[in-house]
Structures are given as C-alpha cells and as structure tokens.
Design a protein around this ligand. Sequence first.
Ligand code: CO
Length: 209
Amino acid sequence: MRVLKHLFDNNKNWALRMKEKDKDFFLNLSKQQSPEYLWIGCSDSRVPANQIVDLLPGEIFVHRNIANVVVHTDLNCLSVIQFAVEVLKVKHIIVCGHYGCGGVKAALESKEHGLIDNWLRNIKDVYRYHQEKIDALKSENEKISLLCELNVAEQAANVCHTTIVQNAWKSGQQLTVHGWIYNIEDGILKDLDICISSLDEISKTYRLK
Ligand code: CO
C-alpha cells in the first residue's frame, strides 16, 4: 500500500502542469544543471528557496539547515559550497536568514533543547560578539530581529573565509557572496547590503595568501 498518497497525487499533477507549459522540461533538465546561484538558508518550512525567488528546478542550488549557519568544520555545508563553486561555477552565493527564526530565538534563551543546543552555540557566539548592541534594545522581538540580521552577516563572512571561496577569487573566478533576510509576514526579501566579491573585502585575520 502506498502511504502519503496525496503527496504522490500532488507530484503527478505538478509534473503534468510543468509538461503542459514545456513538454521537454524534464527531458532538458535531466541532461544537465547549470544554476547561477547557491542558496544557503534556514530549514524552516516557511522559507522555501525556489518559491521565494520564483525560480524553476535547475535554477538554484540549495543548502538549508537550522538558522542558516555556515561552520568551517561542517563537511556537509562545505561540500555543497565546493561543488557549487568548483563544479557548477555558480556566480552568486546567497546567505538568506529570516525574521522570527526559531533557531535564533532559541539561541537568545537559556532553556535547554537537547542536541540542537550544540548547533545553536554558533548563534550564541554571534550574540556574544554583538551583545551590547542587542541588549540595548527594549523588546524581545527587536532583539531577535537584530540577531537574525547579524547572524546573516556572520554566516556570509564565514562563507567568504572558506578556502573554497578564497581560492575561487584567487583564480579570478567571478563570485559574489550576498546577505539577505526574508520576512515571513509579508513574503518580501530584504537585501542587507552585504555584497562581497573579492579577497580585499574580507578581514585580514582570515585572508590566506
Ligand atoms: Co529559521
């Protein structure tokens, strides 16, 4: 017996609709993928990369985890970045956070959540770097929103500090790292004016010769 039948029905209808618009859509897509973008976003079900930027399958390479964190020892995330940059030759890496992020919110609390607290530690570190600025805000919501934004900036910087991105820039590859944030309440993306496209723009501490 097939379980979750409604999902298979949805899938069949979706595939039909896609083929109605372009009968060779899947055939062409099966031959290659050449996305221009790598999206690093939160796993939150309300923040689906393709739908937010209205792109078709094949147009955006995606990595998602809780609170869009980029850790320099995370083989999963690093492998995605390496494949995207070195094989797919994406031109843009977008780190996209979102307001009201549960992971960011949890990182601001001292409540225990189990294993995930080890992951959220990365965001607690971001809080520690900017503690004065965040603590100065009055409401809890403002604090969470600011930490959501600062977390994007930190994770975008972490992308730039990887050997993968630094080597791409050194070899003259055109690659820009962006920091964006999404508002679940109105569906609108905001550019946080983070746009890094060369070695000179990153902190000397992390720059490798
Ligand atoms: Co989130």
